[in-house]
Design a protein around this ligand. Structure first.
Ligand code: GLA
Length: 732
C-alpha cells in the first residue's frame, strides 16, 4: 500500500520506496501540504505552526483566531481570493466579476493503478505498479469543484499530480490560471535549476539561488519551446550531483506553460507548475471541466544524478509507448544535412546503398519530397509526393531502398501550411490568424489551426495516403515555428492554445493507432518541443538542429537531467560542422552521438575510404553497446559548463557492465592531468578494462578515478568498457 489515510487526523500519506508525501485536510477543510521529502513515518502535522502575522488576513471560519492565515499556511492547491497573497495555483473569475475560489475538502478515493487523463498524455502504469488518490474540493459559493489527482509509483519514487476543475454551479466561470502541482516548503534554502536555450542551443543548465521574490520561467509560444524546458529542479543549496535533496517537476504537456518558485515573507518556498497564465482565459459553462496536464514529481536525497535516473526510468517505462519504447532503435541516416532540398529518388537510393555498406539500418528522406518544395518558402500542406523530383512513385522508391536491405523513413510537418501552396489557396481560413490583420510569419510559413477537427482530419487523410504507399517504418514529425496570432472569436485565446495542443495529441494518437509499428521521432527545429508530453507519442525526439559534437555535449548534458538517452535523437554529421564551422574527429562525433539514438546526417559519397572503414567499426561498436546505452543507468561524471572535459557513463542495472565516455573540451600547453571518477560501481568488485585487460577495484575507479591522457590535439575522446570480473577479492 503506497497510499494511507488516517481518518482521525484526516492525513493522507503517499509513500514511495525512498520518499514520503503528506497532506492534511484540517479542521476548516483546508487542504494543507504537510511534507515532501526523504521517507519518514508518523504524522508530520507537528511541523505546522500558527502565529499572528501582521497583514496576513484570516478567514471568517477562524473567528477571532489571528494565527490562521492562508497567506502563511502550506497548501496543496492554493487559490486566489482566499487571503493568500502569494502566487496561487488557481485563479477563477466568477460570473459577478469577482476573483475568488475558496476550496474546501469534500471527500477522497483511493484506487489501485494509475489514473489516466482524457485527451492528454500521462504516466501509465500497471495495476500493481501504482495507486491513485483523488481528493475532491469544492467552493461552496460558486460550486466550482476541483479533483486533485495523485499517482504514486512506489518503486520508482515517482508521484504524479493533476487537477480537474469542474463548474458544478449554474453560472459560467472563467479559469484565469491553473497549475497541476504546487509544493509549499516550510523551510530550506533552495536553488532553482532550469534549462534555457534557443534554436540550435537548447537546454543549457542554469542554477540560481532563490531570493525573496519569484523566479518564473515558461513559454508563450504555443509549444514547450527551445527557450525554457518544462522541467525544473528545486535543489537544496548544498545539493550536488551525488548528495543532497532535490525536487523535480516535469510537465507532461507540449504547449504554453509556467513554472514559478516564490520565496515568501517568512522564507517559505512555493514551487508550482502549470499552464502559462498570460493570455489564459478558459471559460467553463455549467457542468464543463478543464483538465490540467500532469506534472511528474520526484525527490532524491542523493543529489541530482539520482533524481535524473528516477526520471529516466519513469519516462522510458511509463511515458514512452509502442513497440520501439523498449526495442533497440534503428541506426539511421537522414538526408537533411546530406542534401537539404537538393535530391532525387536516385540520390536517396544511393544513400541507401552506401548505408547498407556501412551497416546503417534505415534511410530517412527529409524535407523536400512533396508538393512544390525546393526551399522552405513553399509547399507545406501539399502532402502529395513529387514524383517528378523523385523520378518514380514513392512506393517504387521504397522498394528500391528495401531491396538493398535498408528500411525507409520519411519527414513530415503536418501542422504547417505555406502561403505558396494549393492547400492555402483552397483553405486560407485554416491557418491561424487574427481577422483583419496580417499574420506573423515564421520560417515563412503559417500554422494550421489544429484545434479544428476538420483541419486535422484533412491533413491526417493526406498523410495516411502517403504512408500507405509503401513500407514506411519511421516518420520524423517536425514543427518549425512558434504559434502567433492565436485567436478565438469568443476571446478565449487560452482555450484555443490548449485546443491546439490537444489537437496535435489527437492526431498523433490516431496515427500510432493506425500504424502501431511505426517509429515516430518528434522534432521542432530540433528540440523546440522536447517534453514528456510528446514522448508519450514519439519515443525519441531530434535533440537539436545543432549537430556540432562539442555544442552537443552541453545540449545533451542539459537534456539528460530529465530525459533518458533513448529519447535523444543524435547523429554524426559532416565537418566542418554546418552550424558552427568546427572540425571535430569522426571518433569524437561518434562518442557524442552515442549518447543518443545514434545515426548519421551526412553524405557518405563525400567520405574517404578510411572514414568509411571507421564508420563501419563505429556502428558495430554502437550496436554492441546499444542496449547498455539505451536502457542502462546514466551517470554524469563532469559538467561541460565547468570542467575541461565532459564525461558520462552507462551502467547496467546489476553494475556489471559499464561504458565510460570522455571528451576533452580544452587543450593547453603543458596541461595538467584530469582524473575522471566513475560512479555507481560495486565498491568491492573487480572491474576489467576490456581493451587493456587492466583490472581495478570498483572503489578505486570511484574514489581515485582514472587519469585522462594528455595528448596533442583538440576535442580528443575516449570510450572505455568495463566488465565486472569478480564480486570481491584481492587482484593485485
Ligand atoms: C527542421 C529540422 C531539421 C530538418 C529541417 C527540414 O529544421 O529540425 O532537422 O528536418 O527542419 O526543413
Amino acid at each position: 500500500m503506497a497510499i494511507h489515510y488516517q481518518q482521525e487526523h484526516r492525513i493522507f500519506t503517499l509513500d514511495t520506496k525512498n520518499t514520503t508525501y503528506q497532506i492534511k485536510a484540517d479542521c476548516y477543510g483546508t487542504l494543507l501540504h504537510v511534507y515532501y521529502g526523504a521517507k519518514v513515518s508518523g504524522n508530520m502535522d507537528y511541523l505546522l505552526t500558527y502565529y499572528d502575522r501582521g497583514f496576513s488576513g484570516n478567514p471568517a471560519d477562524a473567528g477571532q483566531d489571528r494565527t490562521y492565515s492562508m497567506d502563511i499556511l502550506p497548501q496543496e492547491y492554493p487559490c486566489a481570493g482566499t487571503g493568500d497573497y502569494r502566487s496561487t495555483a488557481l485563479v477563477i473569475r466568477n460570473a459577478d466579476g469577482s476573483e475568488c475560489c475558496n476550496l474546501r475538502y469534500v471527500s477522497y478515493k483511493i484506487t489501485k493503478g494509475k489514473y489516466g487523463l482524457p485527451k492528454l498524455p500521462a504516466v501509465y502504469a500497471s495495476e500493481d505498479e501504482a495507486e491513485t488518490l483523488e481528493i475532491l474540493l469544492e467552493d461552496s459559493v460558486s460550486k466550482v469543484q476541483v479533483r486533485l489527482l495523485y499517482g504514486v509509483l512506489e518503486e520508482k519514487d515517482i508521484i504524479t499530480r493533476s487537477a480537474i476543475i469542474q463548474n458544478c454551479g449554474t453560472d459560467g466561470v472563467v479559469v484565469e490560471k491553473a497549475a497541476s502541482a504546487c509544493l509549499d516548503f516550510l523551510s530550506g534554502d533552495y536553488d532553482f535549476i532550469s534549462f534555457y536555450g534557443r534554436h540550435e542551443m537548447e537546454r543549457n543548465f542554469q542554477r540560481a539561488g532563490l531570493m525573496h521574490g519569484s523566479y518564473v520561467i515558461g513559454s508563450r509560444r504555443g509549444t514547450s519551446s527551445h527557450q525554457y524546458n518544462p522541467a525544473v529542479i528545486l535543489a537544496e543549496r548544498n545539493a550536488t550531483e551525488d548528495a543532497g535533496g532535490c525536487y523535480g517537476m516535469a510537465f507532461v504537456y507540449s504547449g504554453n506553460f509556467m513554472c514559478e518558485a516564490e520565496k515568501d515573507q517568512l522564507g517559505q518556498v512555493r514551487f508550482m507548475m502549470g499552464f502559462q497564465q498570460d493570455s489564459f482565459h478558459y471559460p467553463l459553462g455549467q457542468g464543463e471541466e478543464l483538465v490540467v496536464p500532469e506534472t511528474i514529481l520526484s525527490y532524491s536525497g542523493e543529489g541530482l544524478g539520482r533524481l535524473s535516473r528516477q526520471y529516466h526510468r519513469c519516462i522510458r517505462e511509463n511515458i514512452c509507448r509502442g513497440v520501439y519504447s523498449r526495442k533497440a532503435r534503428p541506426v539511421l541516416i537522414n538526408s537533411w544535412e546530406a542534401a537539404y532540398f537538393n535530391f532525387t529518388g536516385d540520390d536517396i537510393c544511393k544513400l541507401a546503398g552506401e548505408a547498407a555498406e556501412l551497416g546503417i539500418d534505415m534511410v530517412v528522406m527529409d524535407d523536400g519530397w512533396f508538393g512544390k518544395r525546393e526551399d522552405d518558402n513553399s509547399g507545406l500542406g501539399d502532402w502529395q509526393v513529387n514524383e517528378e523530383k523523385l523520378g518514380c512513385t514513392l512506393g517504387e522508391l521504397i522498394e528500391k531502398v528495401n531491396k538493398q536491405g535498408v528500411k525507409f523513413g520519411i519527414w513530415i510537418e503536418p501542422e504547417m501550411v505555406s502561403e505558396d501552396s494549393n492547400l492555402y489557396q483552397e483553405h486560407p481560413d485554416w491557418a491561424i490568424c487574427i481577422p483583419g490583420r496580417s499574420p506573423i510569419r515564421g520560417r515563412n510559413q503559417l500554422v494550421l489551426d489544429f484545434s479544428r477537427e476538420e483541419v486535422r482530419e484533412y491533413i491526417f487523410n493526406q498523410i495516411c495516403k502517403v504512408l500507405d504507399q509503401g513500407r514506411i517504418e519511421y516518420i520524423k514529425w517536425d514543427m518549425n515555428r512558434s504559434l502567433a496570432d492565436v485567436y478565438s472569436a469568443e476571446g478565449h485565446t487560452g482555450k484555443m492554445a490548449y485546443g491546439y495542443v490537444l489537437g496535435v495529441y489527437d492526431f498523433l494518437d490516431k496515427l500510432i493507432q493506425r500504424y502501431p509499428d511505426l517509429l515516430v521521432e518528434g522534432c521542432s527545429g530540433g528540440g523546440g518541443r522536447f517534453d514528456a508530453g510528446m514522448l508519450y507519442y514519439t519515443p525519441q525526439i531530434w535533440c537539436s538542429d545543432n549537430t556540432d559534437a562539442v555544442d552537443r555535449l552541453r545540449i545533451q548534458y542539459g537534456t539528460s537531467f530529465f530525459y533518458p538517452v533513448s529519447a535523444v535523437g543524435s547523429h554524426v554529421s559532416a565537418v566542418p560542422n554546418h552550424q558552427t564551422g568546427r572540425t571535430v574527429s569522426l571518433h569524437t562525433r561518434g562518442v557524442a552521438a552515442m549518447a543518443g539514438t545514434f545515426g548519421y546526417e551526412l553524405n557518405p559519397e563525400k567520405l574517404s575510404a578510411k572514414e568509411k572503414e571507421e564508420i563501419k567499426v563505429q556502428i558495430q561498436q554502437y550496436k554492441k553497446y546499444a542496449e547498455l546505452i539505451q536502457t542502462g543507468e546514466y551517470y554524469r561524471l563532469s559538467s561541460p559548463f565547468q570542467d575541461a572535459y565532459t564525461a558520462w557513463m552507462f551502467l547496467s542495472d546489476d553494475a556489471g557492465h559499464a561504458l565510460l565516455n570522455i571528451v576533452m573540451q580544452e587543450v593547453h600547453g603543458n596541461m595538467g592531468v584530469s582524473y575522471v571518477k566513475l560512479k555507481g560501481l560495486s565498491r568491492d568488485a573487480v572491474y576489467e578494462d576490456v581493451e587493456s585487460g587492466r583490472c581495478y577495484s570498483g572503489a578505486a575507479l570511484m574514489e581515485a578515478g582514472l587519469p585522462i591522457p594528455v595528448e596533442y590535439g583538440e576535442y580528443l575522446s575516449y570510450q572505455m568498457e568495463f566488465v565486472k570480473k569478480r564480486t570481491a577479492g584481492n587482484f593485485l
